[in-house]
Structures are given as structure tokens and as C-alpha cells.
Design a protein around this ligand. Sequence first.
Ligand code: 13P
Length: 256
Amino acid sequence: MKSRKFLIAGNWKMNKTASDGVDLIKDIVAAVGPQTEVDVAVCPPFTGLESASKALEGSAIKLGAQNMHPKASGAFTGEISAEMLRSLFASYVILGHSERRQYFGETDAFINEKVTAALKNLLKPILCIGETLQERESGKTLDVVKTQLEGGLAGVDASNAVNIVLAYEPVWAIGTGKVATTEQAQEVHAFIRGWLATRFDKAVAGKMRILYGGSMKPSNAPELLAQEDIDGGLIGGASLEAKSFVDLVKAAMSAG
Ligand code: 13P
């Protein structure tokens, strides 16, 4: 029995219109039912958040966003604030996803501003970290992860840290079908937990959830979720269909 509750979160990325999202949520809610053994969240694109929020009413499934701007309001065309997300009853926000880092030039410092703003607004950040293939092949994985942790969590104190979820997503495993081996994943997860114990303390590190992300699906989930330091999954492709997402929730229920 793990001391941390599993979290299975679906990152829909730039997929699903608002109405397609509602259809998917209805199927997920019907299949998952009222269980609270595993925390479950869906993260639609901004345009689907409001209708998703309504579709999730009365269920135990939480709503998350995929990004936000650190400022409270102002002249930031195209951006969304933490307060706007809270007003739609979002609980989580994915921050620092590798696609944001890679395609939109997000730096650790900018991501850190977002983490701080999310916490201030009672949103739980899902902070993504992970190395590229080149970084892994040149033996830099743990250095890269450490730098991203140091930058992303700068200024965060222990009382807030427990509200942060980390997601280790090796960039080379995202959307490629190449999943990290359980040993590769556990090694990095254990390293992250050790770093958190030094940065905060052991009790805090023991409470923080570290998700795995990267080609996670029902077939490989049981093995990954059985690892000591893997506390759930951040799911891309397999979160876009009710059956595979619900099977992942069930895998977490069995692994718990
Ligand atoms: P895939 O599950 O499609 O590999 O995506 C993982 C991911 O990036 C989740 O944030």
C-alpha cells in the first residue's frame, strides 16, 4: 500500500472541441463512477474548460488547465490568468510542459513565476521536468532534472510544496511510443524524491506526488505504477479515448 494517493491526469494537449470534450468526460465519469481511491483529473484546452467544468459537476474528477500566465491581469494578449482558471473551478494547472519549453521558449525562471502564481491562487501546479534524448545519451539526465527542479521550485516553501505535483516526462518518450523502462523511470523518480528531501525535508518529500509521463498506456502502466516512487501518470495520447483513460485509472486502483 502506497502512502501517497495515485493521480491519473489526462493532458489532452491541442485536441478536442468543447463539445467533443464533454462527450469524452461523460463517458469517463460514467465508467469511473464515484470512486475516490485514485485522484483523477482531465486537462482540456482553454476553450473546453468551462463546459468540462459543468460536465464534471457532481463527480470526483477534477479539472486542470494546460498552462497559464503568471500575471494576475493586464495587457497579455492571448493569455489566461490563474484567477480565470479558478473561476471555472480548475484544481490543477500543468506548468513547464516540454512542449511549452521547446516550442514556446519557456524558461525555468518564467515557469517558476507561474508556479508561484498558481500556488497563490490555490491551484495545484503539475510541474513537468525531463530530459531530451540527446541529454540522456550524453549522461546529463540527472543534471537536467536537477536544474529544472531548482529553477522551477525557486522560492517555494515547504508548506506550499505539498500542493505541487511533479511530472517526470522524458522528452524522448512523449508521443513516440517509446516508454522509459521501469528502471529508467524509477531511477529518476528516486533522484527527484531525494532532491526534494534535501530541498524541503523528508516528510514533505514523502508526501509529494511524482507522476510519470511519456507513452503511458494500460499495457505498461501496472509495471510503472508498481515502482516505489511513481505516484501516477500524466497521460497524453491514451487520455483522448475513454476506454484507455479509464483502464489507466483502473490500473492505478489495482496498484494502490
Ligand atoms: P503521451 O502520453 O502522448 O506520450 O504524452 C505524454 C505527455 O506529454 C503528457 O503531458
